[in-house]
Design a protein around this ligand. Structure first.
Ligand code: FES
Length: 126
């Protein structure tokens, strides 16, 4: 038997911006909790013995900065927005363990429309 794949990847946006920077960012000093969220997520997964089958990944900007802090759960393209520790707890319990995405924390549909496939972009120029 081979080494099992992770069941989930959780991409947590860790993009920060200097104080006074005009664009919002997921990790910023106006929201002190935002600085702790990745560590909190990893710690919770570790406590439950889920690290390995759930792989938390620090990532740069996921391009939904105005709704931050955000994290993307794969598979499934589940984008969670406005995160705090309480929401992370619920997402781990409901989505990661029980398999039910937490609808009320997901990004509103108008910010997360259907993707444009690369083949459609490449082929439109032909
Ligand atoms: S800074 Fe997090 S989505 Fe852009």
């Amino acid at each position: 038997m081979g080494i099992p794949q992770p069941a989930f990847y959780i991409f947590k946006c860790e993009q920060s911006a200097p104080p006074g920077f005009p664009k919002p960012s997921c990790v910023n000093s106006q929201n002190p909790e935002s600085v702790e969220l990745f560590q909190y997520l990893a710690q919770k997964l570790m406590e439950k013995g889920l690290i390995g089958t759930v792989q938390p990944v620090r990532t740069g900007c996921l391009n939904r900065c105005q709704l931050g802090p955000v994290m993307l759960v794969e598979p499934g393209h589940y984008m969670y927005v406005g995160l705090n520790k309480e929401k992370i707890d619920k997402i781990i319990e409901e989505h990661i363990i029980r398999g039910n995405p937490v609808e009320e924390y997901l990004i509103p549909q108008e910010y997360w429309d259907e993707p444009i496939l690369p083949k459609d972009i490449v082929n439109s120029g032909e």
